[in-house]
Design a protein around this ligand. Structure first.
Ligand SMILES: Nc1ncnc2c1ncn2[C@@H]1O[C@H](COP(=O)(O)OP(=O)(O)OP(=O)(O)O)[C@@H](O)[C@H]1O
Length: 357
């Protein structure tokens, strides 16, 4: 190809104006493909963008305040303790009714502890033969007190280092096998939930009674609010989930426990305490959710973006027409017309394929 011809071709390529021409293909198959693709796009826009995603809505996240109140009684009658009735003041810790609360289900009680001297609980590091085995002032954070330097009888057969501590020491291996407050599963909790969606100036308040036991193993998801007048739904759902590991084989320290004490002054002026090692279930009420309401900007943006898929429909139909149809050569020839203007200004049309003249 000469340089001049190449240059002319380039100028045609750059400056020839292409305009759309309507070519009607009276073919049932291509028509079906075209309408079916259009239907898919319309279903996507209406079904997914509008109904499922609610693309016409603005959204806002919830701000929530939660208070809780537990109710229920438990009765215990064990050899370690006198018969006892337990109410909320005994087993809900802390009692204020925060969004996080603990329900006591089992406990080890060590009553009448005073600041005094007593032998340590037997353990490879505390067992001794004589005073030389016990270093005065030594304290191990995992043991119970400061050593006095004496080796004392813990029992008739075992001697251990004496410590200065709250004595008698707690023996937490005496934990009742069966949960002492097994009745906890029948306790009920009232959750008061105040929610706000500031963007929509929406305030809501829900009271929700729930049973501590039956809900414990249930999993679920938080419900969202649809604030449009035609939907008008804002019903939060509560879901309960265990946060500790439930895999017995792969759990170093299962469950949750902590210690607290009640202090007294005896008649002789000596300070005394009852130490309680509490085992139980800690509940955390976590509220999360999103509200949506019609907004003109997201409606236009999302619907416009979704409807732009309609412009892809002719491309799909063209592809089927030009590659799969029996008369594809004819359609290809008619698809693009290159108009060549003759010297006497009578236009001559040439059916061509793309890029040829
Ligand atoms: N855990 C719960 N289970 C069932 N009902 C509850 C529970 N906690 C509170 N309620 C009841 O819900 C209502 C509202 O409780 P709220 O604490 O606002 O009122 P109250 O009169 O102080 O309750 P209380 O009965 O404790 O004195 C009351 O009738 C109360 O008895």
């Amino acid at each position: 190809m000469s340089k001049a011809a190449g240059c002319r071709g380039f100028l045609h390529h750059v400056f020839d104006y292409e305009t759309a021409k309507t070519l009607v293909i009276p073919h049932f198959g291509v028509g079906i493909v075209f309408r079916f693709t259009q239907l898919l796009v319309v279903l996507y826009v209406v079904g997914y963008v509008c109904v499922v995603q609610k693309g016409y809505q603005e959204t806002d996240s919830v701000i929530s305040t939660v208070t809780t109140k537990v109710k229920g009684f438990a009765y215990t009658n064990t050899s370690d303790m006198d018969p006892r009735m337990w109410d909320v003041a005994d087993y809900v810790i802390p009692p204020q009714g925060d969004s996080s609360f603990f329900i006591l289900t089992n406990l080890v009680v060590t009553p009448e502890q005073t600041q005094s001297h007593c032998p340590e609980l037997p353990n490879p590091s505390t067992v001794c033969k004589d005073d030389c085995d016990c270093i005065e002032g030594y304290n191990d954070p995992r043991r119970n007190g400061i050593r006095t330097g004496l080796c004392e009888n813990f029992s008739t057969t075992v001697k251990t280092c004496e410590v200065f501590s709250w004595c008698p020491l707690e023996v937490d291996t005496r934990l009742p096998k069966k949960a002492l407050l097994a009745a906890a599963e029948n306790f009920t909790v009232l959750i008061k939930n105040s929610i706000t969606y500031p963007k929509f100036n929406f305030h809501g308040f829900k009271k929700h009674p729930a049973s501590c036991g039956s809900r414990l193993s249930r999993d679920g998801s938080e419900g969202n609010c649809d604030l449009d007048w035609w939907a008008g739904k804002c019903l939060p759902k509560y879901s309960f989930r265990r946060l500790d590991s439930q895999n017995q084989d792969n759990d170093v320290a299962p469950g949750y426990n902590f210690r607290f004490a009640k202090f007294y002054k005896r008649a002789d002026g000596v300070e005394e305490r009852t130490l309680i090692k509490a085992y139980g279930i800690r509940f955390e009420v976590i509220v999360f959710g999103t509200a949506g309401k019609f907004g003109i900007v997201p409606a236009i943006v999302n619907l416009g973006a979704a409807l732009s898929f309609l412009s892809l429909v002719p491309i799909v139909a063209d592809w089927v027409m030009l590659t799969c149809m029996r008369k594809r050569d004819l359609y290809t020839k008619e698809k693009v017309t290159y108009l060549v203007e003759s010297p006497d200004s009578e236009p001559v049309s040439m059916g061509t394929t793309y890029g040829t003249q």
